[in-house]
Write a protein that binds this ligand. Sequence first.
Ligand SMILES: [Mg+2]
Length: 310
Amino acid sequence: MNEFELIARLTSGLATNPSVIVAAGDDCAVLRNVDPGNLLLFKTDAIVEGVHFTKEAEPEQVGHKALARCLSDIAAMAGTPLHALVTLALPRQFDVAFVEGIYAGLNRLAARYAVALVGGETVTNPERILISIAVLGQVAEGKCVLRSGAKPEDALFVTGKLGGSLAGRHLDFEPRLTEAHWLVEHFTVHAMIDLSDGLAGDLRHLLNASHVGAELLASAIPISRGARLMAKADPSAKTPLLAALTDGEDYELLFTVRSADAVRLLDSWKQKFFATPLTCIGKITAAPTVLLRTKDGPRPLPAHGYVHFA
Ligand SMILES: [Mg+2]
């Protein structure tokens, strides 16, 4: 199959939405502008075979992950994804079924969130598969949540459970778009980030952007089953708490609201998203340090998370 036949096959029946005037097939995609009163969001992200997925992964999961990572970033701004371009780098000898599987995974996730896959390109890369995706989205002016808005005494929340994502979740996580929209609809979210590099590291990005610090409560950190199982299977591996603090690719949301909203938030979240935990893991402090409070008291938490635990 030559490149043109492959592209024709991959681009037939792609997910679309009403803002697309011309999708794949012309020199550029032609799109309607964002809705009035909205800002444009623009994001790109790439995944590479051997780094973000292995040959053993299901191709649908690979496609899912490539797009879901971008959608997770759009969620972290409380935005709505609209359009995506997909650049696929393939070895000269590639498995057509595998590539079609990647597109099936991309397309299924795109359709679920009404994201139009409006084109892209395929290139040759001698060694391994690379998938680069650029996403356009929009967010209502005044609803966009940045990393930089956290204030001292804010309550710090995280969705889901953390750590152990390599056990499987990194390939099939659901971007928290629905949750993020609900949050900004019902609460004033001061600052938000999605967790791609691990709680200890990503928390720092949010704190630095906001010029504040935080105190975390070790016993409150929600630890995933995967992190517990991995620690149990290999006693020399990270403790479950350390995994929850430092493992990457959780793709959960970390955000702050004023502390007076914390109880109402937890109550209404439980009614709306009963299957997804929401946990208050600590508070924002004026002092620009990160402390982890254990039963032995507070101590500094380095970005790599390696605190000596009793
Ligand atoms: Mg991000």
